[in-house]
Every structure is written in C-alpha cells, then in structure tokens.
Design a protein around this ligand. Structure first.
Ligand SMILES: [Fe+2]
Ligand SMILES: [Fe+2]
Length: 411
C-alpha cells in the first residue's frame, strides 16, 4: 500500500523506467534452466537493459558457428532437395511481380491498413484516453507501421541467420536449399523496407524482445539452436503475423506483398522441421534435448507475453496519459493482437511437437500458459504455402464483415 502510494507520486518517466525494470527481472526470473539462462542471459542484458537495438547505430553481433564443408557433394536429404527445386521454381522479382504503382493513403477510411476494431479503443477510453475516429485512424496507422517495422527487423535477422545456417548445416542438400532462403530473405528485406519507406514513410525501432531473440540465435555457435530460433520460432511467429495482417488489411499492395512472402516462409519453416526432426530425436543426449525444450519454451513465453508495442506507447502516451500497465490491458484486449497471437501459436506449437520438443516433461508449462490446445494442429510438412494462403482466403470469405476476433480457429 505504502509502496503503491510512493510509486504513484513518482514522475511518469521514473514510473515507466521502474515498470520496464520489473518486466526485465520477470523475464530472467522465468528462466529456470541454468543453461538457458546462460545462453539467453547475455542477449537479455543487451536487449532489455542496454536497449542495444535502439542506440541509433549499427549493432555488432559476434558469430561463433563453424562452417561445415563437405567435398563429396552427395545428395543426402531428398526432402530438402525437393524443397530446393520448389524454391527455385517459386522465385519472384518484386519489381516485376508487385503492383508498386498502387497509391497508398495510410489514413484512408475506404481502404484501411487494418480494421478499426483491431485495437481495443474502448479499453483505452476506460483508461481515460478517448480517441475520435480521425485519431483512431492515425493510431491504426502507427500500429500497422510498427508491425511492418518489426517484420522488417525480423527479416534482417532471418537473412543473416539463413546465411549462417547455410554455412553450418551438415546436409549438402540443406546447403543448396539454404542458398534459396538467403535470396528469399533478401527479397523480404527489400519489399518490407520499400513499403515502409515509399508507402508509409515510417520506421519504428526494433522491439527489445525481438532483439533478444535475434541476438541470441545470431551469437549461439550451435547450428541446431539457430535452426530452432530462426526456422521454427521466428519464422513461426512471422507466419502468424503475416497471416493476420494478410487476412485483415484492405490495402491491395500490402495484401499481395504478404501473400508472396507467406509462400516463401512456409518453405522455410518446412526446412527447419525436416532438419531438426531427426537431429533432436536421435543425435542429442537427454540433457541437450531438455535444454532445447526449455529454451524453446522461454522464447515462446517472450513471444506470447512481451510483444506489447511499447514503441507505439512511447510515441503516443509517454506523457503518462495512460500508464504502461493500462497499455498492456489495451493490447491484451485488442482483437487484432489476440488473433495475431492465436494464429502465431497455431503454427508454432505443432512444429515444436513435430520436432520432439513437446515431451510430457514440458507440457504442463505450455498448459499453464494456455498453448496446449494448439498441439493437434498441422505441422509445416503437412501444410504448403499454397494451402496456408487458401486457408486464410477461406477464413476471410467466411468472416466477411464480422469482427476480426470472431473467426479464430486452431488448425
Ligand atoms: Fe522472410
Ligand atoms: Fe523466412
């Protein structure tokens, strides 16, 4: 009680810093496995305490992986070879294949970037900030540009991770496939940066939690951790996020851009599942498997609880009109963010099951955070990019004018 009274009398900036610190301590407290703390801890300090991604200068991450050369060039993994063939056939050129001439007005009420009910403006009003329709449109513009900025930052991480994985992977067919992913990710960086730059004229800084994940997998020397971090976790997150935006935006250029990217990303996750499945089940000791299981859970937790769009909060409410705690309530009640998390985990959890990182040992932890219902969904090898897009289109047709939270499903 006394603590609360003292806290409420502190300047808003100090309150905000204390809130950030408490959240950071929570992240570290949640890491029960000492090995996970050791591998994620330094990235946590760099991202959450030092805000290294927000210093306005380049970040240098020390890579420690080993490049694996095989001079025999024998085809060793038919599923990866098949993915390589499909990836070659599926290459596209953003200059030629996307309608860049489309005129985009981020504040257009007729062609909204995201639906009006994406954010819980009623919860915001309960917290004391009532935005009028014009301000709501401006706010949604911020949210959309923030999401696309995080996609772009994630894509830069994916580009570098794909290059590292191509060097480190032990399958010859995996190296061939990896070369196509490097090209894919380069194209994704190209299209998201161009869209933000030319159409939205905005770029938000990288979210600290995303920075932690990218930093951790860039600096981990173990190839399978890079796979797990990028191909399964970050790509899973990306697929969910792209799917949500693809399904809800009315802006035609953005829709087409996202559709193309989703088709590429589905291959990337498939590749990660194939590469890790045998390795985790057969090559690792029990202790090594447990470490990866706990590591994946911590990352899932970071994704579930920590993507709070604080960069938008800082832009709109740093003056203290609403507190960070009230802001978290707004985000947690926002239909768009709920759907985003739902679609993201419906993609991620089945893949973790498929590669053997959802043993009965860790299941209670997933149950505790409400992710077990996604367990029975389809894993990446059973779901092509074309099917994914078809599912999203079908949902869109079914949803028609219904609110965006009404069409959630977990397959
Ligand atoms: Fe990508
Ligand atoms: Fe990717």
């Amino acid at each position: 009680m006394i603590k609360e009274t003292v806290y409420n009398h502190l300047p808003v900036r100090v309150q905000s810093q204390l809130d950030q610190l408490a959240e950071t301590l929570d992240v570290f407290r949640e890491m029960r496995n000492p090995k996970v703390l050791l591998s994620l801890g330094p990235s946590g300090v760099r991202g959450l305490l030092l805000h290294r991604g927000k210093q306005g200068r380049p970040t240098l991450a020390k890579a420690r992986h080993t490049a694996h050369f095989d001079w025999s060039y024998e085809s060793d993994q038919p599923e990866m070879r098949d993915l390589f063939q499909r990836a070659k056939a599926g290459q596209w050129d953003s200059d030629r294949d996307l309608p860049w001439k489309t005129s985009v007005d981020p504040l257009s009420p007729e062609v909204p970037l995201i639906p009006r009910d994406f954010i819980a403006f009623d919860t915001m009003a309960e917290a004391g900030v009532r935005l009028d329709p014009k301000e709501q449109t401006k706010f949604n513009y911020s949210i959309c540009a923030w999401m696309l900025s995080q996609f772009l930052h994630g894509e830069q991480g994916a580009l570098f991770a794909a290059a590292q994985v191509t060097e480190a992977v032990q399958f010859f067919d995996g190296k061939l496939y990896g070369s196509t992913q490097v090209m894919d990710e380069g194209r994704h960086v190209e299209v998201f940066s161009r869209y933000l730059n030319e159409k939205l004229n905005r770029l938000y800084q990288i979210n600290d939690n995303l920075f932690v994940i990218v930093d951790a997998l860039m600096t981990d020397g173990r190839w399978d951790m890079k796979f797990l971090g990028m191909q399964i976790m970050v790509e899973g997150l990306a697929l969910g996020a792209f799917g949500t935006l693809y399904r809800t935006t009315k802006e035609p250029l953005l829709r087409e851009l996202l559709k193309r990217v989703i088709l590429d990303e589905a291959r990337h996750v498939h590749y990660g599942v194939v590469a890790l499945k045998e390795h985790i089940k057969k090559d690792l000791s029990e202790a090594e498997r447990h470490e990866r299981e706990d590591w994946a859970f911590e990352i899932a937790l970071l994704m579930k609880n920590r993507f709070m769009a604080y960069e938008v909060y800082d832009e709109w409410f740093a003056d203290g009109r609403i507190s960070r705690e009230q802001w978290r309530r707004v985000v947690n009640r926002s239909k768009g963010m709920i759907e985003f998390r739902h679609v993201m985990f419906s993609r991620l959890v089945p893949n973790l099951r498929e590669i053997g990182l959802l043993s009965p040992r860790i299941m209670p932890a997933y149950e505790r955070i409400g992710l077990l219902p996604f367990m029975q969904g389809k894993a990446a090898p059973e779901l092509s990019g074309e099917q994914l897009v078809a599912d999203l289109d079908r949902d869109l047709a079914l949803r028609s004018e219904r609110p965006i939270g009404a069409s959630r499903h977990a397959s």
